[in-house]
Every structure is written in C-alpha cells, then in structure tokens.
Design a binder for this molecule. Structure first.
Ligand SMILES: Cc1cc2nc3c(=O)[nH]c(=O)nc-3n(C[C@H](O)[C@H](O)[C@H](O)COP(=O)(O)OP(=O)(O)OC[C@H]3O[C@@H](n4cnc5c(N)ncnc54)[C@H](O)[C@@H]3O)c2cc1C
Length: 490
C-alpha cells in the first residue's frame, strides 16, 4: 500500500475509555502535575493558572490506566513511524496452519476498533475451518471481541472449542461497569460505534435492543478563560500540508517531523482572535484529534500512514452497555477464565499451551487474539519463535494509550448542552470531555487523555488525576447564581 492509501486505514473519529480503578478519595489541594511540552508552539499563557479549580468535587470517580493493565498493555494499535499497513496483514498470517492470529491489530480495514476485532475473529475462524478436519479441538486465546467471535463461529460450525482467558471476565478491552454507584452503565473501554464493514456493529446493537445515540463530531470549544470560540481550519490545514509533504519524502518520519520539515508548524503565536493564536489551533488539532486517535503523541505517529481527516461523521455512542454485545456470543462456549497463557508450543501436528498455573492443554490448532501490547511484551513465549515477518510487525506497529476519567456530580456546574467539549490555548492534561447530561439526563462527564499525558497520569494517584481533571473543566464552570435576598417589607 502506498502512503496515499492511508486514508483507508483511518480508525474512527475518536475513541472513548479497564482496569481496576479507584473509588473516590478526595483530598483538597494538590500541586499541579508537571506538564509535557506541547508538540506545536502555543501562545504563552499570560496569567498563572489557579492550582485549585472552582469546579465542585464529584460524588463518584472512576479512572482507567490501560497502559498498566497486564492483559492489554495499552488501548489500541496505531501506525507508528516505520510501520506499514501491510504489517497488519503479515501479523495475521497463519503459521504452519496451526497458529492463527486475530485481534484489532491484525485488521487492515478497521484497526483499533471493536469492529476490526470482530472482523478479524471471523476471518481467523474461516481460515481454521479451511485448514481443519471436522470436529477438531481448537483453542482460542483471549475472550475479547475477536476471540469470542472466533469461538462462536467455530462452535456453531461443529468444532470443539476452548476459550482461554487471563482475566476473570470476558470482554477484554470492552469493559462495561454496571453497578449501583452509577446511574447507567459506564464504559471503561470503547463507547463509540460507527457504521462500517459489511456486517456493521451499529446494526447489531439495534438488533440486540442496546441503546445507542448519534454523537456529534463537532465540539463546543472554549478558551482557558471560558470563552466559546469557533474552530478555524488552521490546525487541520497545517496537518494536511505536513502529511502531504511527508508522502513525497524518501522515507517515513514522525508527524511532528513532517510538521517541522514541511514548515507547516511555523505558525504565528500572535493572538488570532479570542486570545488564541494560529499555533494554538495547531496544538489543539494535535491534542484533540491526532493524539486521541492514535493514543500516542505525534512524535511516534507515522507521517506516511496517519490520516489528516478526523474520521467518520456517523459515530454513535453506546448507552445501554457495550458488553451486551458479548453475552450471546459467549453462550455455551467452554471458557477457561483466570488462565494466563505463558507459552505456546506449536508443531505441524498440533499445539500445546502452558498456563501461568503450570497446567497445560493441547489442541489441534489455536487462534491467538491477545493484544499487540501483550505480544510486544514477550510475556507469551512462542516455541519455536514466530517467523521474521510476524516479529517485525509486532516490533514496528505501535500500541497507543487512551485513558478515561468518569466523574459523577451531584448537580451540573455547567450550562452548555453540547455533548462534546474541548479546550484550546491552555496546557491542561484533559482537553476533551464528553457531557453525558444531554444523552442520559445525568450530571456525568467523561474526560479523555492520550499518549504521553495518559502514560504520565497512569502513574499518578487518584487525587492528582482528579485535580488535573477539574482544572481541565474550569472553562465550563458557571458560578451558582446567588439566591436573591428578600426585600424587607416595611
Ligand atoms: C479506552 C479505550 C477506548 C476505546 N474506544 C473505542 C471506541 O469508542 N470504539 C471502538 O470501536 N473501539 C474502541 N477501542 C478499541 C477497542 O476496545 C478494541 O479495538 C477491541 O475491543 C479489541 O478487541 P480484541 O478482541 O482485539 O482485544 P481484547 O479485547 O484486548 O481481547 C484480548 C483478550 O486477550 C486476553 N489476554 C491477554 N493476554 C493473555 C494471555 N497471556 N493469556 C490469555 N488471555 C490473554 C485479554 O485479557 C483479553 O480479554 C477503545 C479501547 C480503549 C482501551
């Protein structure tokens, strides 16, 4: 595939955000966490920022740290510098017709999405069926959407299937929390679905009676001072110019290098209206579209294979619980949960899996669906080592991180009904917010962080993350109207 074909590789407008997370413990004043330097030069902030936000503390908080999750090691794959889309197909190649691969990172059409995970699970199941004799025993490693889809297909085709999963639950990166602390199911992994593929997931949600709602791609954007500003095409144009320039170069380079090398990042830092400069608008585009989409900073994203466009306009947000998609697929499947596969030995006669418990199990063939982050870590040993092309793909493709913080307030402190909020011009960690109020009637907000910021915050305690989140919300804060003092009657 040429760099020009990279648009076909676009994942989605953006993704929203398992792990063991925390219940809320709040302390008062926390010093601000150190800030990363912005990718594009932003206008210097004239006033020092208050360390404590006026935004009231939430009643509930739940946060994710996907990079620290041993069974994910990141949120989704992305086009890293020097990787190619063909490497996704290389990673998907069966080895000796005994070891098959699925999972979002092996999807050439919809990498980094639930749709991509499901499509690849079905593809791998068909590959197994072409190679296998009826009734063979097939092991599937990983009970995420890819593994469940593969297991269901093979079971329905008459194979003996065993699904081996490291966690004590199914779903993998799909992690819906439905408990009494929250007024509706909250999503620690994916929240969005877009209409794509021949068997589109959005239709399946409808068929299963799981509520979804249209979600706008345009946000309400505010400056640090809380002023609502229209988003010009400055940042989008600069990125498009840089990526077009990158495709003309002899070798791949990072998006940041393309911005610098093409001159596209040389933008004015003078106020271009509302206290926001052209350079701020480029930094805004990078932070709210590119970083979120890849889960990685533009220093790591491929200039050849990153898309300049912001993705689909037909995103829907899943309100009735993403995990509802999994229940039916899992029915009647032999699931070995809390079972970490540490070694996979394969020969041309069959496969054997060693588990973390020291037990082992054998099968005729296996489908591996563990995330790219797990493959990269080497905690799953292959014997013999995988072919060169597989190892190259695992090393070169990137694993990005997107984290979420869910906050439930006693009452709204904001007045806007916009479902998507962004901020420009500042250097806050949380610059993208989803307002669940217009979608559910509940005062719940979801903050998103990606890339280096997400990696840094993953190591911070809850109070630090909460303080960062509340600072990011300050532009949306509306002070309560004082209750008028009754006029004394004479
Ligand atoms: C915060 C966040 C937001 C996202 N937002 C969206 C979105 O809005 N829309 C969208 O379409 N996609 C989104 N995604 C991406 C989407 O969730 C994934 O692409 C998809 O769920 C991946 O499915 P999978 O089956 O390939 O992998 P997984 O779901 O990760 O399944 C792999 C399974 O393998 C298991 N496993 C790992 N190691 C071992 C081992 N050694 N032994 C046994 N089992 C093992 C894991 O526990 C897991 O269950 C988001 C992801 C995250 C994290």
């Amino acid at each position: 595939m040429t760099p020009d074909a990279r648009n076909a590789m676009k994942r989605r407008t953006f993704l929203i955000g398992v792990t063991g997370l925390s219940t809320l413990v709040l302390t008062a004043c926390v010093s601000p966490a150190p800030r990363p330097s912005a990718s594009a030069t932003a206008t210097p902030t004239p006033e020092p920022k208050p360390t404590v936000s006026p935004v009231p503390k939430p009643a509930q908080m739940r946060r994710t740290s996907w990079s620290a999750d041993p069974f994910a090691r990141g949120s989704y794959s992305f086009a890293a510098v020097d990787s190619t889309p063909e490497q996704r197909t290389a990673l998907a190649q069966p080895v000796l017709d005994r070891v098959f691969f699925a999972g979002e990172a092996t999807s050439p059409d919809a990498p980094g999405t639930v749709q991509g995970g499901r499509d690849t699970g079905l593809r791998a199941a068909r590959e197994v069926i072409s190679a296998a004799a009826p009734g063979e025993r097939i092991a599937v490693i990983g009970a995420g959407i890819a593994g469940l889809s593969a297991a269901r297909f093979l079971k329905d085709a008459g194979f003996e299937v065993v699904l081996v999963e490291a966690r004590d639950r199914i779903g993998g990166r799909i992690d819906t929390v439905s408990d009494k602390n929250w007024p509706f199911p909250i999503e620690l992994g994916p929240s969005f679905v877009s209409h794509s593929g021949t068997t589109s997931l959005d239709e399946e949600f409808t068929r299963l009676g799981i509520a979804t709602a249209p979600f706008p791609s345009a946000s309400e954007t505010r400056t640090d001072a809380g002023t609502v500003v229209a988003v010009p095409d400055t940042g989008q144009k600069a990125v498009a110019t840089a990526l077009a320039w990158a495709t003309q170069q002899a070798s791949d380079m990072s998006v940041q290098s393309a911005l610098d090398g093409s001159g596209a990042s040389k933008l004015s830092t003078a106020d271009a209206g509302g206290g926001v400069s052209e350079a701020d608008w480029l930094a805004f585009r990078v932070a709210t579209v590119l970083d979120i989409d890849a889960g990685a900073s533009v220093d790591h994203q491929s200039g050849w294979y990153t898309s300049a466009d912001a993705g689909a306009d037909d995103e829907r947000i899943v309100l009735g619980g993403y995990a509802g998609l999994l229940t039916k697929a899992a029915e009647g499947i032999d699931l070995l949960d809390s079972s970490v596969v540490t070694k996979l030995a394969y020969r041309d006669t069959g496969v054997s899996l060693r588990l973390g418990t020291g037990e082992s199990l054998s099968a005729d063939r296996v489908i591996v669906t563990v995330p790219l982050g797990v493959l990269k870590s080497g905690v799953l040993e292959f014997d013999p080592a995988l072919p060169f092309a597989h190892r190259g793909a695992i090393a070169d493709l990137g694993m990005g991180t997107l984290d979420k913080v869910w906050l439930q307030f006693d009452e709204p402190f904001w007045s806007t009904a916009a479902p998507l909020w962004t901020t420009v011009g500042g250097d806050e960690d949380f610059r993208v917010w989803i307002n669940m109020m217009p979608l559910t009637g509940e005062p719940v907000l979801v903050g998103l962080v990606a890339g280096d910021t997400a990696l840094r915050l993953a190591g911070a305690d809850d109070a630090t993350v909460l303080a960062a989140a509340l600072r990011g919300l300050t532009p949306f804060y509306v002070p309560p109207t004082p209750t008028p003092t009754p006029t004394p009657t004479v």
